[in-house]
Ligand binder design. Structure first.
Ligand code: PAF
Length: 277
């Protein structure tokens, strides 16, 4: 496994790879969810490249960029175990030199949910992913279903800008009690960790209601909200039942829908989602 820090080194190594290249962009502090992406990339390609970069421009000044967990040595050890070929670990100067001034804005699919709650977030994500795609030139790139909106934004960007990269969605990996794996789970105290299971419980309730024949999205949102409100440590940012493709909120569930939510548990903001069809 080769670990490189500069764009020139990453490009040079990439050019030497034959066959298909699977790419997994990450912000590090890897967990089983990331490793599931890497495993899929290994199965589907001749070589695998992973990037580890905590991208400052996708965090607002109020968010946790400084505190975001980092442990490069552990990450590299985990990636060695997965047989990854190249790990790209750029610095901020490498990615955003002082003269940097080009941005990727994806409209519509970024307007709701995470886009509404975190202005500028998807501009930062789309920009860094476009840069990483240009550097790595992958055949396929792997994104987790947990960040469903992010995956949709990247898919839109790749189609609109004719990048010719196949975007593969990988199912969310969960702890045994249903909590979606996330690097941010490390922020949770034991009491908060217990409370955080409310996200999965609310999504499971939504799915059960839908499977029981409920088509009124408002009723499902209301039931999810009532359940979450019973958890004293939880504060709802949003609860959504939306069109799975466009993420427009639904009144009547007459097409594939996605239940998604963002909830603060103490100071930690967690997101999760579940397809309803
Ligand atoms: O999902 C993430 O970890 C990040 O948003 C990504 C895609 C690596 C871009 O910084």
């Amino acid at each position: 496994m080769q670990v490189v820090k500069t764009i020139a080194e990453a490009r040079a190594l990439r050019q030497k790879l034959g066959g298909t290249v699977g790419f997994v962009p990450t912000m590090g502090y890897l967990h089983e969810g990331h490793l599931a992406l890497v495993k899929q990339a290994s199965i589907g390609n001749s070589a695998v490249i992973v990037s580890i970069y905590v991208n400052p421009v996708q965090f607002s000044p109020r968010e946790d960029f400084g505190a975001y967990p980092r442990d490069l040595d552990r990450d590299l050890e985990l990636l060695r175990g997965e047989g990854v070929d190249i790990v790209f670990v750029p610095s901020d100067d490498e990615m955003y030199p002082p003269e940097f001034s080009s941005w990727v804005d994806v409209d519509k699919v970024t307007e709701r949910l995470e886009g509404a709650s975190r202005p500028g977030h998807f501009r930062g994500v789309a920009t860094v992913v476009a840069k990483l795609f240009n550097i790595v030139q992958p055949t396929k790139a792997y994104f987790g279903q947990k960040d469903a909106q992010q995956a949709g934004v990247i898919k839109r960007m790749v189609a609109d800008l004719n990048m010719g990269i196949e975007i593969v969605f990988v199912p969310t990996v969960r702890e045994s009690d249903g909590l979606a794996m996330s690097s941010r789970n490390i922020y949770l105290s034991p009491g908060e960790r217990q409370a955080a299971t409310i996200l999965f419980k609310a999504l499971t309730l939504a799915r059960q209601l839908r499977q029981g024949g409920e088509k009124d999205a408002g009723k499902i949102r209301w039931q999810m909200t009532s359940l979450i409100q019973k958890e004293p440590l939880a504060q709802i940012d949003y609860v959504s039942i939306a069109d799975a493709e466009t993420l427009e909120e639904l009144n009547l569930i007459d097409r594939p829908a996605l239940a998604s939510l963002a909830v603060r548990i103490g100071k930690t903001r967690l997101i999760d989602n579940m397809p309803l069809e």
